[in-house]
Design a protein around this ligand. Structure first.
Ligand code: ADP
Ligand code: ZN
Length: 613
C-alpha cells in the first residue's frame, strides 16, 4: 500500500487539514470545539451518537500536533478498517495487533522509530503492557485516543477487562491529552469513563443522540416473513442487517431469503471462525448484501452505508435496540429501522429473564428494562420522542420520520374491556394461558372450556362483541402495562398483578392502542417512491449514481478494500448531482481531498462522462 509522506509535516490549521486531507468543507456539530481542546492539550470526553464523526476528533488533531497519536480500540477489525481508510487519505497510519503479519509489524515499528507515523492503532493490552514505551518516547506522543471508551465500564453493554489497564495511561504518559470517545449515552457509564481513565479536568462534549436520518417503524407481527420481505423490497440493492434472537432462526431466515431471491448471509457466535470472517468481509466489501445475524454481529461494523436494520425478534432493552439500529446510516443518508414484535416475544423475553442465573436484583432491572422497551413499542405518540426520553433527552415529538408520526395511531377507552379481561383471568383461577382465557371470553365451546366447567361462568361469552384478535391486543397491552404477568413455571398461566385492583374498582382508566392491521400494498408503493428519491436524487441522477457506484466497486476490488474506503455514498451522490466538468472542480465536492483527487479523480470523471454521454 502506498503511503504519502506529505502528511508528516504538521499543518496546524484544522480547517485547512479538514479540506486538504478529508475534502470536507465544514466541521460537524461539536467537532471543532473538541478538536481545538485536544490540540491545546486538554483531556476530553466525546459523547456523540454513531455517525456524528467521532473519529475525526482524534485523527485530525494528531495530524496537527508533533509526535504520534495513539489510538486504543477494542477490536482488530475496527482498527484495520480505520487504518485502511486513513492510508487511502494519504495519512501515515499503522497498527500493531496480534495475528498481524510479521513484516507489517516490523515496518510499523521502523516507521515509529524514524518518526514517520502520525497515528498508531493498538489493542489495550499492547499499550498497557509497556513494551512499546521506549519506542514511543523517542519522538513523543501527541495524544491518546480511547475509542469505544464505554468498554471500561461494567455498566456498559460491552465491558472489556483489558480496558481497565488503561487507567495507567495517565501515569505512563503524563501531560499527554487523553480523548475518550463513545456513543453510549448512559450517565453511569460516562462517570465510570472519567474516573477509571483518570481524566484531569476534562472537557466533555455531548451531542444530541437523535439520529435524524433513521426512520423508526415498529409493527405488530402478523406474518413475520412476509412483513420482512415487504420491508426488504424497499431496499433492493442496498446493504443491511436483520437481527434474530437465535442461531437457528438466523439459519432458517437466511435460507428462506435466498429462496426469495434476496442475497443473504449469516453470522452468529457459533459459526465456524473462517465462515464468520468471510461473511463479515463480504458485508464490508460487497454492496446489496443482507446480513442475518444474532447480536454477536456488533461492534466491528464500520460500514457507513448500512441502509437498514430490521429486528424480527424483540431486542432485550432500549439500549440494545438503539445500539443495533444505530448501525444504520452512519453516512447521514436516509436509513430505516424496522421491527416486528408480538405477544410471543414478550413471553419469551420474560422467560429468558426468569430462567437466567442473574441475582434477583439484576432480574428486577432486566424486567424494568424490558418494560421500557415495550412502552416504546406500544406508544401512540412519536417513537423518536419516546426513545430519546428514555435516554433523558427531550424531543418535541412529531418528528415526521417514524411510523406513529406518519400514520397516527388511534387509541380507545379500554377500561370496560380491561375489567372483563382481568375478570376472566380471575374467574378461571389464574391457571390458564391467554388462548384459553380468550376462548372463555368469546364463549367458545371447546374440550377445555367444557372440561373445566368454564362454560358455566358468568364471564363465559361476556366478550363476544370483540374479536379474538382484538382480545389478543388487549391482553398484550395489559401485560405491557404491568397489570398481569405470565408465570413461566406454570406453562404460561396469566396472573393478576396488584395494580389490577384499581382497574376493577374503576379508579384507573385504561387507554389502549388500536392496532391497525398492516396494509401492505398501499404502504410499499409509497415507500418505493421514497427509496427512489433517496439522497435527493432524481431518476436521471440515480442512473449516473449507479454508474459511479460500479466504478467504485471496480476500484475497490482492484485494491482489495471496501468500496466506502474509496469514497462514501455521499460523495458519489454529490458527483452525480453536481456533475463537475474538470478535474479541479472535483475538489469542490465534499469528501474529495487532494490525495483522493490524484488517485481517483480521472477515473470518476471519465465514468461521469460515460454516464452523461
Ligand atoms: P462515528 O465514529 O461517530 O460513528 P465516524 O467517525 O465513523 O462516526 O464518521 C461517520 C462518517 O461521517 C464518516 O464517513 C466520516 O468520514 C464522515 N464525517 C465525519 N466528519 C465529517 C464532516 N465534518 N463532514 C462530512 N463528513 C464527515
Ligand atoms: Zn416521530
Amino acid at each position: 500500500m502506498i503511503h504519502s509522506l506529505n502528511s508528516i509535516s504538521n499543518d496546524t490549521n484544522p480547517s485547512e487539514v479538514l479540506k486538504r486531507v478529508w475534502g470536507y468543507p465544514d466541521f460537524r456539530g461539536m467537532q471543532r470545539e473538541a478538536i481545538d481542546g485536544v490540540i491545546a492539550g486538554k483531556d476530553t470526553l466525546v459523547l456523540f451518537p454513531t455517525g456524528k464523526g467521532k473519529s475525526l476528533c482524534f485523527q485530525l488533531p494528531a495530524l496537527c500536533m508533533p509526535g504520534v497519536g495513539i489510538v486504543v480500540s477494542p477490536l482488530v477489525a475496527l482498527m484495520r478498517d480505520q487504518v485502511e481508510e486513513l492510508k487511502e487519505l494519504g495519512v501515515a497510519a499503522g497498527g500493531l495487533w496480534s495475528g498481524q503479519d510479521q513484516s507489517e509489524a516490523f515496518d510499523v515499528k521502523q516507521r515509529l522509530i524514524s518518526g514517520d507515523l502520525k497515528l498508531l492503532y493498538v489493542t489495550p493490552e499492547r499499550i498497557a503492557a509497556g513494551g512499546l514505551h521506549t519506542i514511543l518516547g523517542r519522538n513523543g506522543v501527541s495524544l491518546i485516543a480511547v475509542d469505544e471508551a464505554h468498554c471500561i465500564s461494567v455498566w456498559g453493554n460491552n465491558f472489556r477487562k483489558d480496558y481497565l489497564a488503561l487507567g495507567r495511561l495517565k501515569e505512563i504518559f503524563p501531560g499527554v491529552p487523553i480523548i475518550a470517545l463513545t456513543a453510549t449515552a448512559d450517565p453511569h457509564t460516562q462517570k465510570d469513563i472519567l474516573k477509571l481513565l483518570n481524566l484531569q479536568d476534562p472537557a466533555v462534549f455531548i451531542d444530541s443522540f437523535d439520529r435524524q436520518n433513521i426512520k423508526y417503524e415498529i409493527a405488530l407481527r402478523s406474518n413475520a416473513r412476509s412483513q420482512l420481505l415487504d420491508f426488504l423490497k424497499r431496499h433492493v440493492g442496498e446493504s443491511g442487517i436483520v437481527y434474530c434472537l437465535s442461531r437457528k432462526k438466523v439459519e432458517e431466515t437466511v435460507e428462506w431469503l435466498n429462496e426469495q431471491g434476496i442475497r443473504a448471509k449469516h453470522y452468529h457466535a457459533k459459526l465456524d471462525p473462517a465462515v464468520k470472517v468471510a461473511n463479515h468481509d463480504a458485508f464490508r466489501l460487497e454492496e446489496g448484501l443482507c446480513l442475518v445475524a444474532t447480536i454477536a454481529f456488533g461492534m466491528g461494523i464500520n460500514k457507513p452505508n448500512v441502509r437498514y436494520v430490521a429486528h424480527i425478534d424483540l431486542p432485550g432493552s432500549v439500549e440494545a435496540y438503539y445500539q443495533e439500529t444505530g448501525r444504520a446510516g452512519r453516512d447521514g443518508l436516509p436509513s430505516e429501522a424496522f421491527m416486528v414484535y408480538g405477544m410471543q416475544d414478550i413471553v419469551q423475553r420474560g422467560r429468558m429473564i426468569d430462567d437466567g442465573d442473574s441475582s434477583d436484583q439484576v432480574k428486577r432491572v432486566e424486567r424494568a428494562k424490558l418494560s421500557s422497551l415495550l412502552g416504546i413499542c406500544e406508544t401512540t405518540s412519536c417513537r423518536r420522542q419516546s426513545i430519546l426520553s428514555y435516554f433523558g433527552e427531550k424531543h418535541p415529538g412529531k418528528c415526521g420520520n417514524c411510523d406513529t408520526c406518519n400514520k397516527p395511531v388511534e387509541s380507545w377507552d379500554g377500561t370496560e374491556a380491561a375489567i372483563k379481561a382481568l375478570a376472566a383471568i380471575y374467574r378461571t383461577g389464574e391457571r390458564f394461558g391467554v388462548a384459553h382465557v380468550i376462548d372463555v371470553l368469546t364463549g367458545k365451546i371447546t374440550e377445555k372450556t367444557k372440561q373445566f366447567g368454564h362454560v358455566d361462568l358468568p364471564v363465559f361469552g361476556a366478550g363476544k362483541d370483540i374479536s379474538s384478535s382484538a382480545w389478543q391486543s388487549v391482553y398484550r397491552q395489559l401485560l405491557t402495562l404491568g397489570l398481569t404477568r405470565i408465570e413461566h413455571e406454570e406453562y404460561g398461566a396469566m396472573k393478576l398483578q396488584e395494580s389490577a385492583t384499581a382497574v376493577f374498582r374503576r379508579e384507573r382508566q385504561i387507554i389502549l392502542r388500536r392496532d391497525h392491521s398492516v396494509s401492505r400494498t398501499s404502504r410499499s408503493a409509497k415507500d418505493r417512491e421514497k427509496v427512489e428519491t433517496r439522497g435527493g436524487l432524481s431518476a436521471d441522477d440515480r442512473e449516473v449514481f449507479e454508474i459511479l457506484r460500479q466504478e467504485r466497486l471496480d476500484i475497490s476490488r482492484e485494491l482489495g478494500v471496501a468500496p466506502y474506503v474509496v469514497f462514501p455514498d455521499t460523495t458519489l451522490i454529490s458527483i452525480a448531482k453536481q456533475r463537475p466538468n474538470k478535474i479541479d472542480e472535483m475538489l469542490e465536492i465534499s469528501g474529495i481531498g487532494q490525495i483522493k483527487l490524484d488517485r481517483y479523480g480521472d477515473r470518476f470523471l471519465s465514468a461521469l462522462r460515460r454516464a452523461v454521454g
